[in-house]
Design a protein around this ligand. Structure first.
Ligand code: FE
Length: 213
């Protein structure tokens, strides 16, 4: 996995992480797995499959007010309408809608609870001690580090995920996107925007790289 660009976010590896690394090293050494193949699988779940599913949900909510209302009322039932199973790590999902004066941001202060069915695997920074502690203590400062400067009148609401309840942020639809198709809208929605550490821009910034991969 690549460095997340925030070295201070990287706490020392925990016991399970060390065991996984040792196991991976052993399998590679014995020629049983190809490290490039492993990286490709992780990349697939972190950046492609996972967040693209959530982006579909967001785009539908942007174009269909009735769907948005159902999503906010019962996220699991609404994503099932799109053929997305809730599955493990997503049994109780709640959608949080951003508004001109409200920005929602998600953290798991205890560990790394994350809505797998719609976002895939959590990025490394989401699991870091620095993010988990500072997201609550100084959300505006953390957002600034992600390149998001919110006006002072925008309230930031931080939601603490748990094994029982996980969150999906519905970012605001950017202005000037009235002519875009639902698929084109979905392509604008980034993983970080659905965690609440980014906003959706249109047109997308050149070389639209996530603030912290
Ligand atoms: Fe957790």
């Amino acid at each position: 996995m690549s460095d997340d660009g925030h070295p201070e976010h990287n706490a020392p590896d925990s016991g399970p992480t060390l065991r996984v690394k040792a196991l991976e090293a052993l399998l590679v050494e014995k020629g049983l797995v190809d490290p490039a193949a492993l990286d490709a699988i992780v990349d697939q779940y972190e950046h492609r499959v996972g967040p693209r599913i959530g982006a579909r949900v967001v785009a539908r909510a942007w174009v269909d007010a009735a769907f948005r209302a159902r999503l906010l009322a019962n996220a699991n039932a609404a994503i099932a309408e799109l053929g997305i199973p809730s599955g493990p790590e997503g049994e109780h999902l709640m959608a949080l809608e951003n508004a001109p004066r409200l920005h929602n941001m998600v953290v798991c202060t205890l560990c790394s609870c994350y809505p797998w069915p719609v976002l895939g695997l959590p990025p490394a920074w989401y699991k870091s001690f620095a993010y988990r502690s500072r997201a609550v203590a100084d959300p505006r400062g953390v957002l600034r580090e992600f390149g998001v400067e919110l006006a002072p009148e925008v309230e930031i609401r931080v939601w603490d995920s748990s094994a029982e309840l996980r969150y999906l942020v519905i970012p605001m639809r950017p202005a000037g996107t009235g002519h875009l198709s639902e698929a084109e809208l979905a392509a604008l929605v980034t993983r970080d925007a659905m965690i609440g550490t980014a906003i959706v821009n249109y047109p997308p910034p050149a070389a639209a790289k996530s603030a912290a991969e």
